[in-house]
Design a protein around this ligand. Structure first.
Ligand SMILES: Nc1ncnc2c1ncn2[C@@H]1O[C@H](COP(=O)(O)OP(=O)(O)OP(=O)(O)O)[C@@H](O)[C@H]1O
Length: 269
């Protein structure tokens, strides 16, 4: 699906990735998690070919994004965290970009907008921040691309909007499409993610795993007193003790909460 081989990337005064290797081969909803400024958006820009690596190779669906090959561009849609300002109605914008995508489905666009309780003739410039996100998410998902990149799209969405957003992602997932999503709202999306990629504060990918396989490398242990720090990654307080997250495989199938995994690898003890 996508691969980075020894990829380095620099902004003029800063190296964001240094010979980074990464391979994601499974998953239909892939979550990219990491603290502010570690390079999630930069990674999206590399995967969509908007930025070129300083060295190394990026491949997505067998294409090299930096070549901006037409067949590749028809297969991907990307919604950046900072949405563009477009002086058109939602439906007019859909009709403008939709024909560039072979699987654009206008009926779905209208259905998604209805689900979000938005009128198709509203001007994108007149929407509140959350409404604008709902409108752009609806347009992006209606393009029908096999791969969708969504950067922080639950931001500003109200709770009902987040619920509808999850429904739309499930709809896209059941059509066999692949969604790569960066988020800080883990709780809103945790149940949907079947692959998770966690970047630590240095921008290193510390976890790249199927969410239901995390118990192959991590385990939980409930204790009444905290043991030596070397024996656990982090802990959660319980009413009468602590739940430890340990870097050892679980002895039986265990649901490992992603928030605790994130805390263990990014937040510290
Ligand atoms: N246009 C730019 N010019 C120079 N430096 C940049 C530029 N865009 C991002 N950076 C820097 O590159 C690093 C990675 O930024 P990026 O936006 O990819 O992080 P992020 O993980 O998406 O952050 P967030 O969670 O806040 O969205 C940061 O240190 C940031 O300051």
């Amino acid at each position: 699906m996508f691969q980075l081989e020894k990829v380095s990337f620099d902004y003029s005064d800063q190296r964001v990735f240094d010979r980074m290797n990464l391979e994601v081969t499974t998953g239909s909803v892939i979550g990219i998690l990491g603290p502010n400024g570690v390079g999630k958006t930069t990674l999206f820009q590399l995967l969509t070919g908007l930025y070129y690596p300083s060295s190394g190779k990026v491949s997505v669906l067998g294409y090299e994004p930096r070549l901006r090959n037409k067949q590749y561009l028809e297969k991907i849609s990307y919604l950046p965290e900072n949405l563009p300002n477009i002086e058109l109605s939602i439906e007019a914008y859909g009709d403008l970009i939709g024909p560039m995508y072979p699987n654009f489905n206008r009926k779905k666009l209208v259905a998604y907008l209805t689900a979000f309780d938005l009128e198709a003739d509203l001007n994108l410039m007149d929407l509140s921040a959350g409404m604008k996100r709902k409108a752009f998410v609806s347009i992006m998902l209606s393009l029908g691309t096999p791969m969708v990149f969504l950067d922080e799209q639950t931001k500003e969405m109200d709770l009902e909007g987040q619920r509808i957003f999850r429904q739309l992602l499930i709809d896209a997932q059941s059509d066999g499409r692949m969604i790569v999503i960066a988020t800080h709202h883990l709780r809103a999306l945790e149940q949907l993610l079947d692959q998770v990629l966690i970047m630590d504060r240095r921008g290193h990918v510390v976890i790249n795993h199927a969410t239901n396989d995390l118990d192959q490398v991590l385990s939980l242990k409930d204790v009444t007193t905290l043991p030596d720090e070397t024996l656990y990654l982090t802990y959660q307080r319980l009413p009468f003790g602590y739940r430890l997250l340990c870097h050892t495989p679980s002895s039986e199938p265990t649901d490992i909460p992603l928030e605790l995994v994130y805390q263990g690898f990014v937040g510290g003890k």
